[in-house]
Design a protein around this ligand. Structure first.
Ligand SMILES: Cc1ncc(COP(=O)(O)O)c(C=O)c1O
Length: 497
C-alpha cells in the first residue's frame, strides 16, 4: 500500500438518525411559554394531527456526531485528490464562500426593487461581460442551473433563431466523443441526433461531417476538448461548412478549463456555448441542480436570450423584460445567484493571467499523469491530450483478468476517489483521469504510485484486486441491485416486522 496523506478507507457504520436517541430526548432547551397555550385541535379541527410526527428524538451531541460521521463517510476534495475525469473535481477556494456569504449579497431578496439590487445587478452584468470576453461572445445568459440545462437553453436559442429565419430544421450532428448529455438535450428539444464517428486520432474530421450535412441540419454540437481530452483541431473548418449549409455551431464548453486564456470559442466560428461554472470557475458541483451553466452567444442570437437580461445605463443597472423575441425564462429569477457570486470571485481573484495559468497547470498535471502511467495503462489515443487523459485497461484485463472496475475500487484503499470509468463509451475498459490544476506534484506522484502498485498487484495477486475495496466500511456493493431496487425510505422497525 502506498503512503497517503488522505484518509484511506471509510470505517464507520452509521444508523439512520431515526434509530439514534431515545423517546422524549431532545437537543434544545426552550424557555417557559410566555403566551397562552393553544391546542391545535381547537384551531385546526380535523386538520390537526392525531399523534405527534415521527421526528427523531436525539440530543445535540448525538445529532452533531451523526452528521459529522456521515460527512466522513464520503470522500471530499477537501480530504484528498478526486481524479474523476469529465467531472473536474477541483479545489474550490474558500474566499468564494466568504464572498457568497456577505450579508449584502446573501441577504438579498429577488423581489426587492431594482434600486435596492444595484450591487447584485452590477455583479451579474460584470460576470456576463467577463464570461463573454473570456470566450469571445457578444452576451452570456446566467440563468441556466447546470451544464445540461445550458445545453437545453442553447438549443432552444438555435431553434428560435432558425424558426424566425423560416425553418427550425430537424437534425443536430453529434460526434461520438460528445458528452452524454448532448444527445439527450438534442432529443429534448425535438431534434434528431445524427451520430458521426471521430477519426483514428480522436478528432472529428471535416469529410465525415460533410457526409451527413444537408439542409435539415439545424446545428452541430461539439464537445471541445472532447471527452477523450483531445482538442478539435478542425473545428474552424467544420464551422465554416455548417454555416455554409445554413446551420449553427454549438460548442459544449464544459471543458473550457483546458483552453481558457488560450483560445476563444467565438473566434473559432462557434455560435452558442455553455460553460460549466463548477468545472472551470471553481464553484461547487450542482448535482444537475443548484449549479450554473451560463450560455454565451454571438450577436445574431442575443435577441433570443432568456429574459430578463441585465442592462447597463450609465452607472445604473436594470432588468430588461421587454424582449419580444426571447425564449422566455429558463430559471426562476436570475439563476443560482450564490453560485454566480462564487464564479465572479474566482475570476476577479485570478484575473486574465491567473486564469490562463490555471489552464496551463490543468494540462500539465494531466500530461504528467499520462507520462507516468502510459506504459502500464496505454492511453486511448497516441496523441497529446489537454486537461484529462483517457487510459484503457484492456491490456491489464487480457494479462491478468483484472478489470477497470477492480482498479477503481482498489484506489479507494489507497485513499483516492476512483476515476471516471467506462466512459467515454468508445474506449474499452476506459479509465478517465482529470487531476485538475489544483493538485500539487506530490499528490500526483502519490496517485501514480497507487496506480502502479495496483498494476503490479494485478499481476501478483489478482484476487486481492478483484476483492477491493478492502479497507472501507461497506465492501463491493451490488450496483445493479442498487440501481434497480433502490431503498430510498427508512422503514420503521414495526413496519418491517
Ligand atoms: C463535457 C460536459 N458537458 C456537459 C456536462 C453536463 O453538465 P452538468 O452536470 O452541470 O449538467 C458535463 C458535466 O460535467 C461535461 O463534462
Amino acid at each position: 500500500m502506498t503512503q497517503s496523506c488522505v484518509t484511506p478507507g471509510l470505517l464507520h457504520y452509521e444508523p439512520p438518525i431515526f434509530e439514534i436517541g431515545a423517546p422524549g430526548r431532545n437537543g434544545a432547551s426552550l424557555p417557559a411559554l410566555d403566551v397562552p397555550d393553544v391546542d391545535p385541535a381547537t384551531s385546526l379541527g380535523n386538520l390537526a394531527r392525531k399523534s405527534p410526527p415521527g421526528f427523531p428524538e436525539a440530543s445535540e451531541v448525538e445529532v452533531m456526531r451523526h452528521f459529522v460521521r456521515l460527512s466522513q463517510w464520503n470522500h471530499a476534495i477537501d480530504l484528498g485528490m478526486y481524479p474523476l475525469g469529465s467531472c473536474t473535481m477541483k479545489y474550490n477556494p474558500k474566499v468564494n464562500e466568504a464572498t457568497a456569504r456577505l450579508p449584502g449579497l446573501a441577504g438579498l431578496h429577488p423581489y426587492q426593487p431594482e434600486s435596492h439590487l444595484q450591487g447584485a445587478l452590477r455583479l451579474l452584468w460584470e460576470l456576463d461581460q467577463a464570461l463573454s470576453e473570456i470566450s469571445g461572445f457578444a452576451r452570456t445568459t446566467l440563468q441556466p442551473a447546470a451544464g445540461a440545462h445550458g445545453e437545453l437553453t442553447g438549443l432552444m436559442l438555435i431553434r428560435a433563431y432558425l424558426t424566425t429565419a423560416g425553418n427550425p430544421r430537424s437534425k443536430v450532428i453529434i460526434p461520438d466523443t460528445a458528452h452524454g448529455t448532448n444527445p439527450a438535450s438534442v432529443a429534448l428539444n425535438g431534434y434528431k441526433p445524427v451520430l458521426v464517428k471521430t477519426g483514428a486520432d480522436g478528432v472529428l474530421l471535416p469529410a465525415d461531417v460533410e457526409a451527413v450535412l444537408d439542409e435539415d441540419v439545424a446545428a452541430i454540437m461539439v464537445t471541445n476538448p472532447n471527452t477523450l481530452g483531445i482538442y478539435e483541431t478542425h473545428l474552424p473548418k467544420i464551422a465554416e461548412m455548417v454555416h455554409d449549409a445554413g446551420g449553427l455551431v454549438y460548442m459544449d464548453g464544459a471543458n473550457l478549463n483546458a483552453i481558457m486564456g488560450k483560445v476563444k470559442p467565438g473566434d473559432l466560428g462557434v455560435d452558442v456555448m455553455h460553460f460549466n461554472l463548477h468545472k472551470t470557475f471553481s464553484t461547487p458541483h450542482g448535482g444537475g441542480g443548484p449549479g450554473a451553466g451560463p450560455v454565451g452567444v454571438v450577436e445574431r442570437l442575443v435577441p433570443y436570450l432568456p429574459r430578463p437580461t441585465v442592462e447597463k445605463h450609465g452607472d445604473q443597472f436594470t432588468l430588461d423584460l421587454d424582449r419580444p423575441e426571447s425564449i422566455g425564462r429558463v430559471r426562476s429569477f436570475y439563476g443560482n445567484f450564490g453560485v454566480l457570486v462564487r464564479a465572479f470571485t474566482y475570476i476577479r481573484e485570478l484575473g486574465g493571467e491567473g486564469l490562463t495559468q490555471a489552464t496551463e497547470m490543468a494540462v500539465l498535471n494531466a500530461n504528467y499523469i499520462r507520462a507516468r502511467l502510459k506504459e502500464a495503462f496505454p492511453p486511448s489515443h497516441d496523441v497529446d491530450t489537454l486537461h484529462e487523459t483517457v487510459f484503457s485497461g484492456k491490456l491489464l484485463k487480457k494479462e491478468t483478468g483484472v478489470i477497470t472496475m477492480d482498479v477503481a475500487k482498489r484506489l479507494m484503499d489507497h485513499g483516492f476517489h476512483p476515476p471516471t470509468v467506462y466512459f467515454p463509451l468508445i474506449v474499452p475498459e476506459a479509465l478517465m483521469i482529470e487531476p485538475t490544476e489544483t493538485e500539487p506534484p506530490e499528490e500526483l506522484d502519490r496517485f501514480c504510485d497507487a496506480m502502479l502498485h495496483i498494476h503490479a498487484e494485478a499481476h501478483d495477486s489478482p484476487e486481492t484486486v478483484h476483492a477491493a475495496p478492502l479497507q472501507v466500511g461497506l465492501r463491493r456493493l451490488d450496483e445493479t441491485r442498487a440501481a434497480r431496487k433502490p431503498r430510498l425510505r427508512w422503514t420503521p422497525p414495526e413496519e418491517t416486522e
